[in-house]
Design a protein around this ligand. Sequence first.
Ligand SMILES: [Zn+2]
Length: 101
Amino acid sequence: MISEMSDGKTKVQTLPCDHAQAMQRIDLSTFRGLLENGHGLDCYCPGCRQWAHANLPDLVRQGLGDRLIRESRPRCRKCGSSGEWQVRPPVPRFDGARWMQ
Ligand SMILES: [Zn+2]
């Protein structure tokens, strides 16, 4: 959606449902930042070779919302290895039929 402003400059508005907001600055460095931007967080344990899904709402509730992800390391509950974070971008909320239009 593009509308002309009174000073002659063109203002570009993006809809809330538009995922192509490349210029928008979003904070993905903290657990809260991921949660608020619809990202998920998984961690991989090299010891067990298994993936686990991080419960972001729970982490934020525990007061870890402002913790920098790269400065905190997940630790495996099974083997004690330190794991690796893997950020999961938001999944588009379109169903297959609408994608094909
Ligand atoms: Zn493990």
